[in-house]
Design a protein around this ligand. Structure first.
Ligand code: FCB
Length: 532
């Protein structure tokens, strides 16, 4: 054989092998990053001041729903009157974090995390909103959490409103459908800044307002069960006014609380304030221009609807155009204080789906609605899934989505500082798994490692991302899905409530401590001592 023919054949052989290898990682719709990228990821791929943490929220972990003068929240009432979720489980006890927080903080410390994101229960701090007094026991509880975190060198990242609020605010006002709720929220936020702001340097005003608006004020599946249309969702086309109003009130509430913080508290306390947005990534289903537009629109209708007002002072043009007169407008004064009302963007990112246009092609009635920008979403293209299924319907494992969503947000908002405030994996197979299998959660490790690799890529490309919070610190109450859906790095025995680190916790610890770069440990201790 002549040498040049030999080289040509060799080239084709290598090419064929490479294609085969790529197909084996992609075609099953599995984790899409290359093998080496998954294992290669290490702490030093991230900037030195980057905060790694885990997250929870009050109703999902605290329990103690009637203790120490806490009032009933909308979720307590929902679970007790109607039996919440698919299996009637509730958060009465949850993970009993209310009594076990010291042990939990110990576990966090041994994990080597630098930050912990948690939320404060509105009903624990202001059981009757503005109609009553601040509950000292509630303040004491969170003081203990904050102090103990700082003593362990863990930065507290506090969400003020995460899904639940005192039931009384629903009974009196109809909650977020009423502008009075803005004043309630400012009152609550003010108490948080006043009591905790000397030590808390990262605030998130509201968790995922758009998702809350949809679940609670459109679909009516979360309390307070307001449905928008006659069928409890957007089947009636344009009359999606309730979630739009709820959203408007939440955004204004954020804007007013942030103004208070920026003008009054931040100059004295330092610190920063942001809001978290549920940011799915959307890729066009086909190569048609209409599907490309649909994918862009889906991004604008989800992330943009929330973030544009907080950064540019107004709703995106597309949202205004599609929602027409149903979308309230911001006054001149409101635009002024809404604009630049966040110091950082909190991104909750789990999954990517395909987006298809519904303005010109036929979609199901639930997709064909203005509030979603007339975009349909599907998980499959030509019979191939976009990524592996998770326990949550419509949520797939697509690591590249992390880099893509961060880049979109970076470009649209001029590289405003970002934190990945939630990212995590729940296996669809938990029902069939024994405890030892649940603890041996290799898939969760692959998920975090590959999403982190994707995040590291976006950072290398210049995105100003400053932290990452694995959802969740431990298995907890997952809203309508109860305890069946598990995101935790720690397994929680439902009878004894014993926490057991899963393999993923060990992996995270190893990832965090192997080329250790612990931030601010000493400084944090000093800070607490000076405050004492
Ligand atoms: C997010 C919520 C969080 C948790 C995760 C899985 O939408 O903010 O409380 O339930 O989903």
């Amino acid at each position: 054989m002549k040498p040049n023919i030999f080289f040509i054949l060799l080239f084709f052989l290598i090419y064929a092998l490479a294609t085969l290898l790529e197909a084996s990682t992609n075609s099953d719709g599995g984790f899409i990053l290359e093998e080496n990228e998954k294992t290669r990821i290490k702490r030093s791929d991230f900037p030195s001041g980057f905060l790694f943490g885990t997250g929870t929220s009050a109703y999902q972990v605290e329990g103690a729903y009637l203790e120490d003068a806490k009032s009933l929240s909308n979720w307590d009432v929902f679970c007790h009157s109607l039996g919440c979720g698919e299996n009637g489980e509730n958060g009465d006890i949850a993970d009993d974090h209310y009594h076990m927080f010291l042990k939990d903080i110990e576990l966090m410390h041994s994990l080597g995390i630098q930050a912990y994101r948690f939320s404060v229960s509105w009903a624990r701090i202001l059981p009757r909103g503005r109609f009553g007094k601040v509950n000292p026991a509630g303040i004491m509880f969170y003081n203990k959490i904050i102090d103990n975190l700082i003593l362990k060198g863990i930065e507290p990242f506090v969400t003020i409103h995460h899904v639940e609020f005192p039931q009384e605010l629903e009974d009196i006002y109809g909650s977020w459908l009423n502008p009075e709720m803005q004043e309630e929220f400012i009152y609550f936020a003010d108490a948080c800044f006043k009591f905790f702001g000397d030590r808390v340097k990262y605030w998130i005003t509201i968790n995922e307002p758009l998702l809350l608006a949809e679940m609670a004020y459109e679909l009516g599946v979360f309390p307070p069960f307001h449905c928008s249309g006659p069928f409890g969702n957007c089947l009636d086309g344009n009359s999606d006014v309730k979630p739009i109003i709820a959203m408007h009130n939440m955004l204004l509430a954020h804007g007013k609380a942030a103004k208070l913080y920026h003008e009054y508290f931040q100059p004295k306390q330092g610190g920063s304030i942001g809001l978290t947005v549920n940011s799915k990534m959307y890729e066009p289903l086909t190569n048609s221009e209409l599907d490309h537009q649909a994918a862009r629109r889906a991004f604008v209708f989800q992330s943009g609807w929330t973030l544009d007002p907080l950064i540019f002072g107004d709703y995106p043009e597309e949202v205004k155009e599609y929602l027409g007169y149903e979308l309230p407008s911001f006054s001149h004064d409101e635009k002024n204080f809404m604009k630049n009302s966040i110091d950082f963007i909190g991104i909750n990112h789990y999954s990517t789906t395909y987006a298809k246009d519904c303005t010109n092609s036929s979609c199901s009635a639930t997709e064909n609605c203005a509030i979603q920008g007339f975009v349909g979403t599907v998980g499959e293209r030509d019979g191939v899934l976009i990524g592996e299924h998770t326990a949550v319907e419509g949520s797939y494992v697509v690591p590249r989505g992390m880099e893509e969503i961060v880049n979109l947000i970076k470009i649209r908002y001029n590289n405003k500082p970002m934190f990945i405030t939630e990212n995590g994996y729940s296996s669809p197979d938990v029902h069939e798994q024994r405890v030892d299998e649940l603890i041996n959660d290799v898939k969760r490790i692959e998920y975090h490692a590959s999403y982190l690799a994707s995040l590291a890529k976006s950072i290398r490309e210049g995105a100003d991302v400053r932290g990452y919070f694995a959802w969740s610190f431990m298995d907890s109450y997952e809203w309508l899905q109860g305890y069946d859906v598990k995101y935790g790095l720690h397994y929680v025995d439902r009878q004894t409530l014993t926490r057991t680190p899963k393999l993923s916790a060990k992996w995270y610890k190893n990832f965090l401590t192997n080329n250790t770069d612990l931030v601010n440990m000493e400084a944090s201790r000093e800070k607490l001592n000076t405050n004492a």
